[in-house]
Design a protein around this ligand. Sequence first.
Ligand SMILES: [Zn+2]
Ligand SMILES: [Zn+2]
Length: 385
Amino acid sequence: MTCSIQTIISDAIVIRRDIHAHPELAYQEHRTAALVADALNALSMEVQTGIGGTGVVGTLRRGTSSRSIGLRADMDALPFQEEGCSAHASTAPGIFHGCGHDGHTAMLLGAARHLATQGHFDGIVHFIFQPAEEGLGGAKAMIEDGLFDRYPCDAVFALHNWPDLPAGTIHTKPGPIMAAGDKFEIVITGKGGHAAQPHHTPDAILTAASVITQLNTIVSRRVPPTELAVLSVTKMEGGQTHSVMPAQVRLTGTVRSFNPAVQDIIEGAMREIAAGTATATGTAIEVIYTRYYPATINDPQAAQAALAAARLVTPDVAEAPHPAFTSEDFAFMLQRCPGAYIWLGQGEGQSPPPLHNPFYDFNDAVIGTGIGWFSALASTLLPAE
Ligand SMILES: [Zn+2]
Ligand SMILES: [Zn+2]
């Protein structure tokens, strides 16, 4: 059954708002995954659910070619309260599509419908709907569950809406596009004692202050100035009252970078600072350093293919001048399969709410551009005779 692109777009907007009103956290996207599977089944695709938890893959074949591409969207929401009051506002207290994954899922479903009903291509398209992008590695879970063994892809593509860019604009670049995300926790243990007798106990608070100061020299003094990196201490916990020296202080923070060698430098420097400061202050300092997402690295050829497909749907296409320091689970897919990740501008006005802001809402005006881009990848990379 053929349907007009206008119908596909307006139906995708309805789906987007429905998903927005019913957000689900990582690995709990049961309603969303069922909605996705139902929509793909209605298109008579081969559909598999339960991949890597709640992941779903739909496969569409045309013609005789064995060439294949993967198109990926993420389905999870975030654990915080929406403060906007649209008609489709979240009905789940404390859960919110504050990163626009509702829009990503709706656009990929729109592209599936467009390609299934009127796609002109020769080959195989795998529509990949992943759980748990927000910090819990849903892409990795799908890969470990055999994603690329069961659904081999010559190339894989994904997008993220980008409030910093004007609505409908598409940017990407070859090479690094999103940063590696590391997190650290530093536990400083003294002894605890009377605040009036500081000579009887190592001062965990003063030690924490010293550690924070030294951590802030790592990027400026240890990392080569030609490399990009950020280190932020974001949480400090310790102490009860004015007269007690706490026995323990905990620091938490994040590191973002684009090169595993830089991650090694930063983690190594952090451990040296901890060991040296512990010796100097008489405290014990433990460093727990976790590299949870690698850098998202676009394959140069796939990035050019992504830009070429974008030019078929919008005039506002450009090579991004630099990567972003946010991180992205799609990095794991790009480690296994060449591909590219793009930003789809969705900003309107002077200062649209950023991602993860309580007033953020996906901009439905760009749904047609996203559907067009996903669809154009199939027609350009899997051309029919
Ligand atoms: Zn996010
Ligand atoms: Zn996101």
